[in-house]
Write a protein that binds this ligand. Structure first.
Ligand code: KIV
Length: 257
């Protein structure tokens, strides 16, 4: 049965929420059985396109990948990242969020930030567009990629922002690279689920970038656990193939007509 946003909220304090990113149909169709949420993240900018930052990701790229992901999902909730510069004010955000919802048939959009985008998020929700928040490390706007929650001012701001987003009506909040005790405090103080990435076991759910989980990305991040090492497996397969082609072992009779 297709999952609903209301089911997700009910999981808080009962069952952990499982979430992963996907950028294409084939991957989404594998994740669908195991995930509550599949996110078409703008991380695709660095993962697929080698962009220096997610700021370079366009609305059209997000929509095309999301259309592909949509074809692979039957049950999970599908959330699409609104790219940088697609929500500079309420009017623009509403126009672009509507475009994303209509063209991709996703269930919700995700926006990065707190107080600064409070009115924008309220406008989307008033217009029946479900919104997922994103606090902590904000790849679209942060200059340095360090974990958040060392300084008191930073901790206070993140908690305040989480309470504001809850008030605006978001159905969940991603906490990215947030110090453990702060993630615990935020999670305990809001009624909607928190989804952590590098934000400890105390969040209501977890999300990872799929390419990191399967070990395709050669970079190691502290917050990632590689559940497979596909880079090694692909290297072995391609190396064997190249040797066999050069030694005229492939194709053999069985592979020929
Ligand atoms: O873009 C993305 O993949 C994300 C996740 C890391 C949460 O925002």
């Amino acid at each position: 049965m297709k999952k609903k946003i209301s089911d997700l909220i009910k999981k808080k304090n009962k069952q952990k929420i499982v979430s992963l990113t996907a950028y294409s149909k084939n991957v989404a169709s594998i994740l669908d059985k195991y995930c509550d949420i599949i996110l078409v993240g703008d991380s695709l900018g660095s993962v697929l396109y080698n962009y220096k930052s997610t700021r370079e990701v366009s609305l059209d790229i997000m929509i095309e990948h999301s259309k592909s992901v949509r074809m692979g999902i039957k049950k999970a909730l599908m959330v699409v990242d609104m790219p940088y510069n697609s929500y500079r004010n309420s009017k623009e955000a509403l126009k672009n969020a509507k475009k994303i919802m209509i063209k991709t048939r996703c269930d919700a959009v995700k926006l990065e930030g707190g107080k600064k985008i409070y009115e924008i998020i309220k406008t989307l929700i008033k217009n029946k567009i479900p919104v997922m928040g994103h606090l902590g490390l904000l790849p679209q706007s942060d200059k340095t990629f360090k974990f958040k929650g060392k300084k008191k001012s930073e901790r206070d701001k993140i908690l305040k922002d989480a309470l504001l987003l809850e008030r605006a009506g978001v159905f969940s909040i991603v906490l990215e690279c947030v110090e453990t005790s702060l993630a615990k405090i935020v999670t305990r103080n809001i009624k909607v689920p928190t989804i952590g990435i590098g934000a400890s076991k105390y969040c209501d759910g977890q999300i990872l970038v799929f390419d990191d989980l399967i070990g395709l990305n050669p970079i190691n991040y502290r917050f990632v656990k590689k559940y497979a090492n596909l880079r090694d497996q692909i290297t072995k397969a391609v190396s064997n193939y190249s040797k066999e082609v050069r030694k005229i072992k492939f194709p053999n009779k069985k592979n020929s007509y």
